[in-house]
Design a protein around this ligand. Structure first.
Ligand SMILES: Cc1cc2nc3c(=O)[nH]c(=O)nc-3n(C[C@H](O)[C@H](O)[C@H](O)COP(=O)(O)O)c2cc1C
Length: 421
């Protein structure tokens, strides 16, 4: 029987342990989590979601406040077409975050950044270009393009000196989406270095609609592998979504994948950026609390826990300070939903039931997005006398994937006496 450690991933002529910790925004896959993956020889992702907001939190910059002040005139209107990001601030925030992370890197692994096209930020092309260029300038090892079709994204990077040496990957949920991306990549003569194939059991936003149950990761990966073979393209394929044990992972590697991308099991590690309360909610989750919702204003389905505090909130749209999902014309599905929600007899806005303000709630960690198997996390640790669960270390989870056999999940060394019986 094979284990994950029997395999290695080769990218750009370098070998890695074939474990990739997926990007989890906003700052759920922290720099510390990514740095652990890299120290252990694998690959970790930071996320570029809400980078100016994050910079304020990490480096005490004041970008969010300055933006809110500049655009205060539109605070009480629904026309947000003038609300834009300062590209210079955006560049500085992204650059500082990436450079700071890279300066702390140790080990032979890689630090990649997850970049979402769907963060349209009032000026989709300009803001995406700025984020990509600043990440390359900051020394990132690899860029994973996610949440979007990325038809023209390669072009936005093409004039940077690192365009041919930084590793570039794309997340797709079908061979068809990969074909479309490759057409765009062909125009700048730059193939992706890896392809993450994300199935319907993943966390975060999904590339599947309400019929997600009709799809499964194995056949989609097989389809992508077959397509690449037919086209004589030697691009490593990295499955993601619902890979819960080392044995699940080894199964994909046996079947021709080059590595696996994982996320949910790392949400309950010390290095993960979720607040402890949220980590405990993930541990306690039951299967019937997990669902795929249409609440995200991105238009993509998102997997959530039903007890996420963001659901049925009536928060005023936060476009002036945040506004990461505004389209070029200043539109956002939450803005519309908020505008259409009536007030009660005292003039108070009723709960907005069909969309959530993703910017506000992600900034507060109120969206408990998770992979389908979040309800199995309770089997990965010890329950403590007070009913809470012992947090894990990223190293423990990483090594469990690497060495586990027969779907066995190694429990951590107990910190204090466990609940008996
Ligand atoms: C809490 C959480 C947040 C996530 N956020 C993002 C994100 O911002 N961008 C993205 O491309 N994928 C995101 N994902 C998807 C993961 O990167 C990963 O591909 C997927 O969840 C792997 O499946 P697993 O969670 O079952 O291991 C997120 C997943 C989780 C659990």
């Amino acid at each position: 029987m094979t284990i994950v450690d029997d395999f290695r991933l080769t990218l750009g002529g370098k070998q890695y342990v074939p474990i990739v910790i997926g990007g989890m925004g906003v700052d759920i896959s922290t720099a510390d989590l990514a740095l652990e993956a890299s120290r252990l020889g694998g690959i970790g992702h930071i996320s570029d979601a809400m980078s100016t907001f994050l910079s304020d939190r990490k480096f005490a910059t004041k970008y969010t406040k300055a933006k809110a002040k500049l655009h205060r005139a539109t605070r009480d209107t629904f026309d947000k077409s003038t609300v834009k990001f300062c590209l210079e601030d955006l560049w500085k925030a992204q650059f500082q975050f990436v450079r700071d992370t890279m300066s702390r890197k140790i080990g032979d692994g890689g630090i990649f950044i997850n970049v979402m096209e769907k963060l349209t930020m009032g000026a989709p092309g300009d803001t995406l270009r700025t984020r990509l260029q600043a990440a390359m300038e900051g020394g990132i090892d690899g860029i994973t393009l996610s949440a979007g079709l990325h038809n023209n994204t390669m072009k936005l990077m093409a004039d940077h000196a690192r365009f041919r040496d930084v590793l570039i990957g794309i997340i797709v949920s079908s061979a068809r989406a990969l074909k479309i991306f490759l057409r765009g990549a062909g125009r700048v003569n730059r193939l992706p270095d890896y392809v993450v194939v994300e199935g319907p059991l993943a966390g975060g936003h999904l590339g599947f609609g309400e019929d997600w149950r009709e799809y499964s990761l194995g056949p989609i990966v097989a389809d992508v592998l077959q397509f690449l073979k037919k086209e004589s393209l030697d691009i490593p394929v990295i499955p993601a979504g619902g890979i819960f044990t080392g044995t699940d992972a080894a199964g994909f590697l046996d079947a021709g994948a080059s590595a696996v991308q994982l996320a949910t099991r790392f949400t309950v590690t010390r290095e993960c950026g979720l607040p402890d309360k949220a980590k405990q909610t993930y541990f306690r989750a039951n299967e019937d609390q997990v669902y795929v919702s249409t609440l995200s204003p991105t238009g993509y389905p998102i997997r959530l826990l039903r007890n996420s505090p963001c659901i049925n909130s009536n928060i005023k749209p936060q476009c002036e300070p945040l506004g990461y999902l505004l389209g070029k014309d200043g539109s956002c599905q939450y803005l519309t939903a908020y505008e259409n929600t009536p007030v009660d007899e005292k003039g108070k806005k009723l709960p907005v039931t069909d969309k959530i303000c993703l910017c506000y709630h992600f900034s507060k960690h109120n969206c408990y997005t998770c992979g389908q198997y979040v309800y199995r996390l309770k089997d990965t640790s010890h329950q403590l006398p007070d009913g809470s669960y012992q947090l894990l270390t990223a190293e423990h989870v990483f090594n469990d994937y690497l060495f586990s056999k027969e779907h066995h999940i190694a429990l951590p060394e107990p910190e204090i006496p466990q609940v008996v019986g």
